[in-house]
Every structure is written in C-alpha cells, then in structure tokens.
Design a protein around this ligand. Sequence first.
Ligand code: SAM
Length: 349
Amino acid sequence: MPLAPATDDPALETLFLPLASGAVAWPSAAGGTLFLRARAGAALDAAQRRDLACEQTFKPWADALAASGQRVVDAQPGCFERVLVLAPRQRMESRALLARAVAQAAAGGVVLACAANNEGARSMCDDLARLAGPLHALSKRHCRVCWTAPLGEGVDRALIQEWQALDAPRRIGGGRFLSRPGLFAWDRIDAASALLASCLPPDLAGRCADLGAGFGYLSSEVLSRCPGITALDLYEAEARALALARDNLAASSVPVGFHWHDVTTGLPQAYDVIVSNPPFHQGRADEPMLGLAFIAAAQAALRPGGRFWLVANRHLPYEAALSKGFAQVHTVREDAGFKVIEAIKESGK
Ligand SMILES: C[S@@+](CC[C@H](N)C(=O)[O-])C[C@H]1O[C@@H](n2cnc3c(N)ncnc32)[C@H](O)[C@@H]1O
C-alpha cells in the first residue's frame, strides 16, 4: 500500500492565502499559473485546478497531484501571470528555483513563494526580494508566504542568471559522481551508505534492486564489489536524482534499469538481491513507516532465498518487521550510529 500523503500541509495552505483573500488576483487567462514544487491538497475550484500547471519531481507527490485532478507537467517553458513556489529547504536549490520563478513570470506578473519558518522562510523572502524588489508577506501556521509587486523594472536579471546556475549538476566524491544541491547527502558520500557498501559480500549474485537509489552511489558499489550481479534496477522517487544516476552508471557492464517509482507501492518484478538505505523522514520528523514500507516491498519482491541488505539509523525500529518477513535476520555491523542488517527470505516460500 502506498503511504498516504500528508492531508494537513500548512505551507501549501499559507501559499494560497493571498489568492484566496484577493490580495493577489487569479490570472485573467486560463493556463496563466505555473506552480513549482507543487503539492496536492489546496482548496481550489475546478477552473483553478485546471488553470494550474503543476511541476513536481518527487513521484509520490506527483501521483497525489494527478490523483486529485491537477495538471502535472514536466519542466514547463514560457511565461506566466502567476508563478507559485513551495520553496525547498536547501538554500542553493531554493535560490535557483526562485530565480527560475522570477524568470518565468510575465511582465506585470506576480511570484508567490512559501516555506515553513523552520525550513528557511526568512532567507527565502530575503532571496526573493533581492531578485524582484520589495515584497508583501504574511505568516500563518508557522509558515510565511511572500509575494512580489507586479514585475517590471525592479527585477535583477544578472542575479537571476547567476542563481539559476546554483543547483546545476557537479562532480563530487573525488569526481566519481554527478550530484546537485537538494538531493539526499548531495555533496558527499553518505556515511550510512558507505558503511553498507563496505559490508557487501562479494558473493551477492543474480538480479539486484536498489531501493531509494539516489544519484546511484550504492548501486555503483554493488556493481564494483559483486561480480555475480547480472542486472540491476534502481528505484528512486526523486527524478532529479534518478537523472544523474543514469550518468553515474552509464559505464556499467550489466543491464541497468532506472525507475521513477514510489517504492511504497511495491516493486513490479522479482529479485535475488535487494540493497537499500531507506529514507526515514519526509519533512522534519522521523517516519519509520517509510522504512517499514521499503522493508515490506523488499520482502514481497525477493525470490525464495533472496537476500536483503539494508542500513539504518540504530534507533529505528525495523527488527520486528524484518523478523516477521524473513527467515534469517542478522546485524552485520553497528558503527557510528548505524546498523547494517542482512535479512534472508525463506527458501521455497
Ligand atoms: C537515505 S537516501 C539513500 C540514497 C542513496 N541510496 C545513497 O546511498 O546515497 C533515500 C532515498 O530514497 C528516496 N525516496 C524517498 N521516498 C521514496 C519513495 N517513496 N520511493 C522511492 N524512493 C524514495 C529519496 O529521494 C532518497 O534518494
């Protein structure tokens, strides 16, 4: 079962306040609004829902938008009367997105952006003001929405150009991987993934899946450490990460599949080996449910005798689920606050 998206979304609710109150008018023409990092759940009428072109690169949220009848689009060119932004927490990524929002606002258009106070709302408003001049703002439910005056002369075109490049892909890990700001552990090899990689036994063999593959570090380690792997599938919900994983694994000598996929919905085929450093939070709070859904997906997709290798923060309560779903479970290593576990599915089940 996919995990249900959050029904209460204070940042989304706050973003739409200026439009709901009439402080900012809805666009006069249909199709006049671009919504960047859109999420489902805004209280909109049918015409407004149709009017919004929603971009979302995180699969569970893109699916929720489509399920709610909103129009989900790929990176949308052109200019819009209104550009709405749910700003991400990472500052370079946020600046690049705000710069793009201002660049895609038509002359006389308005950009509205919102973030939670504890996720950089103040800096987001400062950044938008640097790009577009004095702002209006209001706060509600620990979130802040700010919006520009109708855009014209005050826009800083040079800064737009500079900031749009801030989240461009770049080499990390001594040049071995392409990554970009905003991805999980974007500027380094994650310590937990590195620990899992160092424990992988060379005899892992057959068809393998990497759940929550990010930009492809763990997959790349599987291929270099386990010569018996005959095919590899990467499952990742964030399209910005998956696109880079394609580059990072381009030289692979075995067939590699790249799937923009919500792992909590299960996997479409069976595997001999599954590796994962599962996500354990969405937003700020730890959500063991996410890791548990990954464990259930792995258990269901492994062939009899299949091997599941995962790493997790030591405090996360995964053991009960693992013992229930697998014939053998053992902790291979505990180090630096993480645990590496191998779980083997019963033969003949
Ligand atoms: C802890 S990171 C591990 C990344 C990568 N494997 C590494 O070793 O650096 C977890 C990854 O799971 C992805 N993710 C989060 N929710 C997901 C979901 N429902 N389905 C698939 N991937 C998801 C995140 O985007 C993130 O890249």
